[in-house]
Every structure is written in C-alpha cells, then in structure tokens.
Design a protein around this ligand. Sequence first.
Ligand SMILES: Cc1ncc(COP(=O)(O)O)c(C=O)c1O
Length: 437
Amino acid sequence: MDEELREAARDHLIRYGQGDIDKLYVSSTGTTVTDDEGREILDFTSGQMCATLGHSHPAIVKAIQMGAGNAIHLFSGMIPEAVARLGQKLAEWLPKPLTRSLFVNTGSESNEAALRMAKMVTGGYEVIALGGSWHGVTGQAASASFASERRGYGPKVPGVSVIPEPYSYRCPIGHCRDNCDMSCMKVGMKMFDMASEGAPAAIIAEPILSAGGVLVPPEGYFKKLKSEAEKRGMMLIFDEAQTAFGRIGHKFAATQLGVTPDIMSVSKTLGGGLPLAAMITSDKIEEAAHEKGYAYYTSHVSDPLPALAGLAVLETVEEENLIERAREMGGYLREALETLLQKYEAIGEIRGQGLLMGIDLVKDRESREPHLELGLMTTKRCMELGLSMNIKHRPERGAVWRIAPPLTVSKAELDKGVEILDQALRESLDELARNPG
Ligand SMILES: Cc1ncc(COP(=O)(O)O)c(C=O)c1O
C-alpha cells in the first residue's frame, strides 16, 4: 500500500460521484479485484457491468495483444478488417432485419448515434423515454435519462417526454400494486400526444430498467410499446447496454421478448472491458439515413483494436456456452437470494433475469418505504468483508442492490457472495436495532 499515492489520488483527481477514495485498486482477474493492500474482493458488478467474461479473460488479453501489434487506431474513414468481421458476426447474432452496425466507444455514444439516426430518418425530433431510464451522460442520451440527477447541468435537448415506467412494486401513477396493467403507458402516451408538436421521432427504452432499480416490465409491454411507436411513426430504440450478449440468459432481450426494435444500441457487454459500443439497424433504415446524409464522425469510430475484443467476446460466449451458463447461474443465484427473502423482512422484492438481479430493501413490506440507511450500511459492510456490490439509493428509486457478476462466475463464488451479504445484512440490522436513527 502506498499512502502517498492514495493522497495524490485525493489531491489530483476530479470526483465524479464515486465516493471517498480510501484505497486504490491494482489488478483484476475473473470475478476478483485486488486492492492496494492485497485484499481480494469478489466483484458482483463485473466492473461497471462490462466484464461479462470475467476480468482479463485470456481471450480478451489475446485479442488486445494481437490488436496492439496489428493496428490500434486508423483514420475514421478507413474501415479495418476487424470491424468488417465484427459487423458480419453481429449480423449473425442479431434478429432480422437488424444487420448493420456502427461501432463507437460508449453506451452514451451509441444512444447518441441512434437518436441522431432516428431524428434524421423520421424528420422529427420528439423522443419518449421511460421514467427511471438511464441512457448516458452525453447531450441527447442525458436528455432521455431520468434515473439520476438532472439538476445543475443546464438545459437539455428539446423534445424529450417522459412516460411513467412499469414499476408495479412502487407504481409511479399509484394505480397498481404488484401487477402492472400498463395504465402507465396509456397515461404516458396520452400526455405525450397532448404535448406533441407534431414531430415524433423515437421511443427509447431499456428492456430491463437497470439503473432505475432493475425493473422488469410485464409480459407484453414491449409489443405494446412498439405498436404505440408505429402508430405515431416513431422508431423504437432498445438500449441493450446491459441485456445483450448473454447477461439475462438470452442473446438479446429483443430475442427473448420476440420484439425487434428499429434500432438497437449495445455497449457495456460487447467490449469485454474495453470501450466498445454499437448502434445497429436494418438495411432499410440505414439506406434512408445514408440518402439523407447521415454522419457520425468521431476520433474513434470503427477503431480496430476494440473490434477484435468484441469478436473475442462473441466467440467466447459461444465457445463457453455462457448464455446457458447465465441462465443456470442466474437460477442458482435467485434461489439463494430467495432464502434471504424468507429470512429478512427488510428485503421487499427480488427482481431481475439471468445474472442481472435487483434486491429492493424496505423498512417494512407493507409500506415499502425504501431502507436507504440499511442499503448504505450493508454495502459498506459487504466491502469490508470482501464483496463489491452496487446500490442505487435515490429515495424515489428505492434502495436497490444491483447484482451482476461475470457470466463466468462459479457456484462457489456465488455462495461466498451470498454468505457475505447474509452476514452484512444481519450485522447492519443488529446495529440499526441497537442505535435506531
Ligand atoms: C442501459 C444503459 N445505457 C447506456 C448507458 C451509458 O453507457 P456509458 O456509460 O458507456 O456511456 C448505461 C450506463 O450505465 C446503461 O446502463
């Protein structure tokens, strides 16, 4: 441990909301991250939900080494072979008619590119997003995001409407309890129609609203959303940043739902930890955009090195049967979490699919008031005991843990993580009972 370096981090880095810098991290492999005291921590968030193959999977390391020796970066107008191969491979994975990809770096950027295309092709500019959604921090993506703080950054892009999200555990329109009848969508679309200036462009949605509290919309929700989009001549954009490439036990949420969007954005789970994202659409939409002069030039569009990592991710998911594995391990994890649900009144609900799970902490199961204090205490205690978990704790979004370990996680690692969670919950509840308030 280098105390001076920790001090340097505190003195010279800009804080971006990540909390106090009380230690630094030196390495990561598989499901484990190692800090500067040599402590090993189980990573139940796959980094920032990106290390789906586990940290530094040999296939990713090999791809990076190969890419580094071959071509790291090219002029954006030169299409590298690796990018052509990745486009072809993705088209094999995707539901038809999604066959064309644009490769960029981050999830925010892929949504930026998607919204630009939807606006150009439809000629409109009005965008609908769901309450509790998170599409990124860049201009248009941030304008369509509602899970985080919007105050203080100036005006957002005009034309964005928000509709109430399908969150039956805490229905935003106070209508349902546990069974969403989609009145939220009906009300939302009615409000949109009332406010519309006649220039509809797109509806953008995460198939599982992750930052919003791991909300899984009810059966039929996206079919209906697609038909609402079609009725208005809007494009449906699925933001599959977290749901694509196996995390939820399917290739894509779109394939599981049987709903193919007009445009899909993928990011986090594509790069194996490297910045790689894509905006994907059909021949028809691509052609229409091209005819109108669609451009998306950035310094790192179509970069060769991350494309090789993307190919390695897809090949590894296939070779190691990680989609089936996510389903199997997700089932195993859910069962273990259900035992905690039986044990602790403070767990209000367990939600999610595959290896993307949410645990909603409440003061009591009747009022469902979010137990923010317990969430923060337990998260801190988990870290002390060697488990890294992510908690969402904006009061209106509940106190929800997000659990998303790598798809390569073992049963023993899941057992250990749940054991730590159990101990941390027990100790935190005892502490709160001893010192209420
Ligand atoms: C669903 C979703 N979309 C988009 C983003 C933004 O991605 P990035 O942080 O790579 O810009 C995120 C990031 O958390 C996300 O969860």
